[in-house]
Design a protein around this ligand. Structure first.
Ligand code: ZN
Length: 240
């Protein structure tokens, strides 16, 4: 099968690699869509994965083979390649220890992930996609889960005013989630004109350009001098 293989710092090569076959407790997925996560970009930019890693964890596809012990999936089921509940002892590192070190724990095995035609997962790992969610939409389930958790943790209430710093994929998903959770006014601060335009198209009530406006002053003014009830930091930039 074809895969985009990480070779070295900022060097991905599309090449032929063996198609992974499922063990008795595994499923094989024919991948249809794979999103590019910020962590994949970090791996690519800063060389955080071993050579010959196949990256990509935000993907959807169809079950193409099942192991002999698999009972919860059948060939043809549409799935997202994560989200299942791990059995005891196999939880993500973050749950096992307080400080998660991506460099040491992020990619420590040679498993083939989403930047390939096929991958293999344990039966517990994928989740079935509902009929009303397309494979394209499903590939965004992981970043959607991140912003859903952020909105829940924020204690945002119905009718709150909200500011979002940064309109990258996470900020834009956060905007839509904050609106769905009942925010009546959402203000987005973002230096890129193209991203500000998308924020407006996706429902932002106002946008601020932090390169030409003082974002704090502007956001306070846009909330009748009260300031927003909740601020979501989605830029991960030093000034924010
Ligand atoms: Zn991700």
């Amino acid at each position: 099968m074809q895969a985009a293989v990480y070779k070295s710092k900022q060097n991905l090569v599309v090449e032929e690699i063996p198609t992974p076959e499922p063990k008795s407790d595994e499923v094989q997925i024919k991948i249809s869509h794979s999103a590019i996560c910020g962590t994949d970009v970090h791996v690519y930019l800063y060389d955080i994965a071993p050579p010959n890693t196949v990256l990509g964890h935000e993907f959807t596809g169809e079950i193409s083979k099942i192991g002999s012990e698999v009972t919860t999936f059948k060939v043809g089921d549409r799935v997202i390649g994560m989200g299942g509940n791990p059995p005891p002892g196999q939880e993500a590192p973050l749950r096992r220890q307080e400080q998660y070190n991506y460099r040491l724990e992020g990619i420590t095995n040679s498993r083939t992930r989403g930047y390939a035609e096929y991958t293999v997962l344990k039966e517990w790992e994928p989740l079935k996609l509902p009929d009303n969610v397309s494979n394209l939409e499903g590939a965004l389930a992981e970043p959607c889960a991140i912003v859903t958790r952020a909105v829940r943790l924020s204690n945002q209430k119905l009718g709150d005013t909200v500011a979002i710093l940064g309109a990258g994929p996470i900020g834009l998903l956060c905007l839509q989630t904050a609106k769905a959770a009942g925010a009546t006014k959402v203000i987005v601060s973002e230096p890129s004109q193209a991203r500000r335009d998308i924020a407006l198209a996706l429902g932002a009530d106002a946008v601020v350009d932090p390169t030409t406006q003082d974002p704090v002053k502007s956001i306070i003014e846009l909330t009748d001098n009260n300031g927003p009830h909740v601020v979501y930091e989605c830029a991960a930039a030093k000034p924010t």
